[in-house]
Design a protein around this ligand. Structure first.
Ligand SMILES: Nc1ncnc2c1ncn2[C@@H]1O[C@H](COP(=O)(O)OP(=O)(O)OP(=O)(O)O)[C@@H](O)[C@H]1O
Ligand SMILES: [Mg+2]
Length: 276
């Protein structure tokens, strides 16, 4: 196995707040890697740095050996790295199928071509196949805004799969999702992994992480403090300390993902006990 994704000594501050401090991480080809840590520990910021949405103050990021530290999101995406967001980003007024066709036509004039139905039969067939794979095949005609929160997460995964990425970053795929769909999401990730996709998954649901991931890295105050197999992580006292130490960011007022109706569900999992 070789590292598909390498993060080396990345730091990033927002004003006086250091969100990432000397952060290093590697994701090996073929694995499902987990990234956990208390609220505000820097997980989403790291995703934003990796995917080109944020520039680090220092350090380097490599995808398949290519330095993408200063690359745009489009460039990182073109190297085979797809991502989903902590709050699923779908076009609510477009149908589920139209959302998929947007993904197939990421070029100038794509929206016009989608609305005018100019996508090719092959693109439609592929979009339908992927929707069926994630269990949304029967909902293609519905406005995406009518989907449940978990179904939106599945649609976002389907959207990402259109580009056939090599490595997929998922930010809280199970956050705010009902248990039945959580199982479906885990099952689809496993099936994709068996087909050769590599994953880096941020998630607060410990059962989900521990049953799905081959390796887990724990973030605390912007720095990975321990990495290992789920068994190693479960038994490492530093992990318990990181969580019992409480949230790193009590108010979270500047968190770009902290919007109403999001995966926090009124903050229900903030400060909840750690059960692994
Ligand atoms: N755009 C931003 N501007 C200012 N501060 C930010 C910004 N994005 C993140 N932060 C801060 O950086 C820190 C890390 O936030 P981040 O969202 O990466 O944490 P997280 O580990 O994803 O947390 P959660 O589990 O709650 O999603 C927090 O203190 C947050 O408030
Ligand atoms: Mg986050």
């Amino acid at each position: 196995m070789s590292a598909l994704l390498e993060v080396d000594s990345v730091s990033r501050a927002f004003g006086g707040l250091v969100a990432l401090r000397d952060c290093s991480l590697g994701v090996q080809e073929g694995e499902v890697a987990g990234l956990i840590g208390p609220n505000g520990s820097g997980k989403t910021t790291l995703f934003n740095v990796i995917t080109g949405y944020l520039r680090p103050d220092s350090g380097t990021v490599r995808v398949r050996g290519v330095d993408v530290t200063r690359a745009t999101p489009a460039r990182v995406f073109s190297l085979g790295l797809g991502r989903t967001f902590q709050l699923a980003r779908v076009f609510s007024r477009l149908s589920v199928m139209e959302n998929m066709l947007v993904a197939t036509q990421r070029h100038e004039g794509w929206l016009r071509s989608v609305v005018k139905g100019q996508s090719s039969p092959a693109e439609r067939a592929r979009a339908k196949e992927i929707l069926e794979f994630v269990g949304l095949g029967h909902l293609g005609h519905l406005p995406a805004g009518n989907l449940s929160f978990g179904q939106r997460k599945l649609l976002e995964l389907a959207y990402v799969l259109v580009a056939d990425p090599v490595i997929i970053l998922l930010d809280e795929p199970a956050g705010g999702v009902n248990p039945t769909l959580i199982n479906l999401i885990a099952d689809r990730i496993r099936a994709l992994n068996e087909r050769g996709k590599t994953f880096l998954v941020v998630e607060h649901n410990m059962e989900f992480v521990m049953s799905l991931c081959h390796s887990v890295t724990v973030m605390h105050q912007g720095t990975p403090i321990v990495s290992g197999t789920p068994d190693v992580i479960r038994n490492d006292p530093r992990v318990i300390d990181a969580y019992l130490g409480g949230s790193d960011d009590e108010d979270d007022e500047d968190d770009e993902d902290d919007e109403p109706g999001g995966s926090r569900e009124g903050g229900s999992w903030r400060h909840r006990p750690l059960t692994m």
